[in-house]
Design a protein around this ligand. Structure first.
Ligand code: ACM
Length: 397
């Protein structure tokens, strides 16, 4: 007899397949590993500034020119294969097309839709990473494009997914200084235009039978009025979770201080010799240091959330942004650290007595889990030296 149930219904991995491309087999292997860990959602961050790998048959030029190379894109059959593979393993696949920021890759096929495309060298004024660029915010051509895009994509996603993620992180107001349909970086003007934008995309998602998901900035930075159905994915802080549910919205946790698997690899940007290199030395990335499994295990998605609002926290996602991850190191970047997040999402960060779970008890289990995953063809990295676990727990500080 096993009596067990999950603390949170939404237990996911957000995998960025736009910064680097991942063949379908890597995604299917990741779905296997998710299911081994009782994680039930794969959020594919399917498009971003650097590439658009998602094929839209009504707009063949989009991936045709926006993917990194021919073959580095997902056909409708690929998508259905991924979704079906997930469905048979209890892993719902959620697709994100991030917008209106993080969309420079649309400019490869539709330059007229994107403002501030690839501003150089001053990209940092207009975006978080090169290449800069955002969908024009007051453009009927953009809305026509989005209508065509969603009418093609959403019916293909719907049979497998309750949710569709419309993005919305890191919208940079300065982009709209260079957008002739806006010509301003006024927050109040951009807020009005973003409201119309999100109203449009969310109406499309709902009409297709799904529930919209957005990044936290849409609610917490831009103060948009979102439908009560909308799920807000937080990432910047614990207070973002608390503030979201305090407004009555459903929230996903995944604070980057704990659950960003990409952090700590050092900069991927190159720095010119001289003061730029000197001030960037020793080349830590923006979210250094590495989020190790113990830190991930210590994260409480309910931190700061009043008990009477905790049911609005649907769960969370651990994130692999892939500036420095590709199929070669994917497994070792995600596993076994995501196992620690999986246990938090299944069992909660605290035990029945409200005490933080013991890493001394967790580490032998994680070591075993890692061995099981390796036997099942997941390239999970080692947790400890065999010395630590061969004779009980030898390695307590
Ligand atoms: C994010 O890290 N921009 C969600």
């Amino acid at each position: 007899m096993i009596s067990d149930y999950p603390m949170f219904p939404h237990r996911g991995l957000n995998m960025d397949v736009a910064r680097n491309f991942f063949p379908v087999e890597d995604i299917m292997r990741t779905i296997d590993a998710l299911s081994f860990n009782k994680l039930n959602l794969l959020h594919l961050h399917a498009t971003d500034a650097q590439s658009w790998p998602l094929e839209i048959p009504a707009l063949p030029e989009l991936a045709g020119m926006g993917a990194y190379a021919p073959g580095m894109s997902y056909s409708p059959d690929d998508l259905a294969q991924i979704q079906t593979y997930g469905a048979y393993r209890g892993v719902q696949v959620i697709i994100e097309t991030d917008m209106p920021g993080h969309t420079a890759s649309i400019a490869y096929s539709h330059p007229e839709l994107i403002a501030a495309f690839n501003v150089q060298p001053d990209w940092a004024t207009y975006g978080a990473e090169p290449p800069t660029g955002g969908l024009k915010l007051n453009s009927s051509a953009v809305y026509d494009f989005l209508g065509t895009m969603f009418n093609d994509l959403l019916p293909r996603v719907y049979p497998y997914s309750a949710y569709f993620h419309t993005g919305g992180d890191e919208v940079n107001a300065n982009v709209y200084l260079l957008d002739e349909t806006v010509n301003s970086n006024s927050s109040s003007l951009i807020q009005t235009l973003l409201q119309a934008f999100v109203d449009f995309t969310h109406a499309k998602v709902r009409a297709a039978g799904m529930t919209p998901v957005v990044w936290e900035e849409m609610l917490l930075q831009w103060n948009l009025t979102l439908g009560s159905d909308v799920v807000v994915q937080t990432w910047q802080s614990d207070s973002a979770v608390a503030n979201t549910v305090a407004q009555g919205h459903k929230a996903l946790a995944g604070n980057y201080n704990y659950w960003y698997l990409d952090c700590g690899k050092g900069q991927w940007l190159d720095f010119p010799q001289g003061t730029a290199a000197q001030s960037a030395w020793p080349y830590a990335d923006y979210c250094s240091p590495t989020r190790n499994w113990r830190l991930m295990y210590s994260y409480d998605p309910l931190q700061g959330v009043p008990a009477n609002q905790s049911s609005l926290v649907l769960g969370g996602e651990v994130h692999i942004w892939t500036e420095q991850t590709d199929p070669v190191n994917l497994d070792a970047m995600v596993w076994p650290r995501a196992c620690a997040a999986a246990e938090v999402l299944w069992s909660g960060a605290k035990d029945v007595n409200g005490t933080n779970r013991s890493q001394i008890l967790a580490s032998p289990r994680l070591v075993e889990m890692r061995e099981r995953m390796v036997q099942r063809n997941i390239g999970a990295g080692p947790v400890q030296m065999p010395y630590c676990t061969m004779n009980g727990t030898q390695c307590v500080d």
